[in-house]
Design a protein around this ligand. Structure first.
Ligand code: ADP
Ligand code: MG
Length: 385
């Protein structure tokens, strides 16, 4: 579904529920991370791009200080709250909490938000690792920015979205997802320094395609595992005497008291090497060297599998099949937090059909699970439409 179709769907729902026409339309995209996994909370580098799947809002100001949220994708179910009263998460409408949190933190940071009718729809698949939640947060901030002419930077909208995700949705995410949704650039990935929030746009030529393969495997232990991994990274950086693993080198790790082959060693080895790969991969992309880009992606996958131990057999199999097809002409790796979710591949556009056919022929036959495939192009971040 195109941006325009999403806009029409939001406009229609707005009109049906509110009985008048929306004045303002905004969008915020989902994202895929090309390389740099579990580096964000270690103050390191990531390289995501915004994709052509997005959240779209139709909205208008209200003069009574009430914010009314309408979820088009959940049968126009509504939530409403007063801007001037303390804003809290709801018990039952989890989707609304991401949006409530954004209004809360805008207000807390001193931005003069007011009442609004807001109809939200989108086509980022929910819970698939393409960050529909960040798109939802950022698009909500973007709506308030547009309606109330707020002088708020896109990176600030990202931070507000992250604060909402932490405090209203209970997920301790890094800053990558909201930053790329708010600040993405068409035809570019963004090399993002998660410490300084500096970004560098990295051009992706039009003859390179981005394929996302969702394994449709989800694991329930993700949160516990994620927290354990974070603790191991913190322990490594404490032993190394660093503020974060971003500041450590492999030589320092090898010379340290951390026992080689221990879990803490392996976690640190992944993060330190992944940081290096991410920066080097950006350079290779800038140089137009897709073979090198591919080598870094394959190496990133191996590191997630062997050192960080966050891949599952289904995911490894997708990368294996893509590696067979693409060889040195592209690259593939798991993307996202791990334990299921998606793989991402970069390849010459004329190899897409072949890669898709190989996955369709082999993945379900081997695993009994049907994959979903998305062909993406890098898009602009959030804005008015
Ligand atoms: P991911 O960010 O990987 O897609 P999350 O579990 O972090 O997965 O976020 C998914 C949740 O975000 C959904 O369960 C829903 O509550 C909310 N959400 C995302 N997009 C929308 C939308 N367009 N409309 C309503 N809720 C949405
Ligand atoms: Mg999310």
């Amino acid at each position: 579904m195109s941006t325009n179709e999403l806009k029409l769907r939001a406009a229609k729902a707005f009109q049906d529920v509110c009985g008048y026409q929306a004045t303002t339309f905004v969008q915020a995209p989902g994202r895929v991370n090309l390389i740099g996994e579990h580096t964000d909370y270690n103050d390191g580098f990531v390289m995501p791009c915004a994709i052509n799947y997005q959240a779209v809002i139709a909205c208008a100001k209200r003069s009574d200080g009430i914010v009314r949220l309408i979820s088009v994708d959940y049968d126009n179910v509504q939530d409403s709250f007063a801007v001037d009263a303390p804003i809290q998460p709801t018990e039952d409408k989890l989707w609304a909490n991401y949006m409530r949190g954004v209004v809360h933190f805008l207000k807390e940071k001193g931005y003069a938000v007011g009442g609004a009718d807001i109809a939200i729809t989108g086509n980022v698949p929910l819970g698939s690792g393409l960050s529909s939640s960040a798109a939802l947060e950022v698009v909500t901030g973007q709506a308030m920015k547009a309606l109330y002419d707020l002088d708020v930077a896109q990176s600030e909208l990202a931070l507000i979205g992250q604060a909402s995700e932490h405090n209203f949705a209970g997920c301790n995410c890094g800053i990558m997802d909201q930053m790329i949704s708010a600040c993405g650039e068409k035809n570019h990935a963004l090399l993002l320094d998660c410490r300084s929030l500096e970004t560098k746009a990295v051009h992706i030529p039009e003859n390179i395609s981005i394929m996302i393969v969702n394994s449709n495997v989800t694991h329930s232990l993700v949160d516990g595992a994620y927290n354990a991994l974070r603790r191991q990274c913190e322990e490594a950086s404490r032993i190394l005497g660093k503020v974060a693993l971003r500041d450590a080198t492999l030589a320092e790790l090898n010379a340290s008291a951390i026992e080689k082959g221990s879990d803490v060693y392996k976690r640190a080895h992944h993060v330190i090497s992944e940081n290096f790969r991410t920066v080097a991969c950006a350079d290779a992309l800038i140089a137009g060297d897709l073979q090198k880009v591919g080598e870094y992606m394959y190496a990133s996958h191996a590191s997630m599998r062997d050192d960080f131990e966050i891949t599952v057999p289904e995911i490894d199999y997708i990368v294996e099949v893509l590696t067979e097809v693409l060889g040195t002409k592209g690259g593939a790796r798991m993307t996202g937090g791990g334990f299921g979710g998606c793989c991402v591949a970069l390849m010459p556009a004329d190899m897409v059909d072949q890669a898709k056919a190989a996955i369709e022929a082999k993945y379900e036959a081997k695993t009994g699970i049907k994959e979903s495939i998305y062909i993406c192009t890098p898009q602009d971040g959030a804005g008015q439409i």
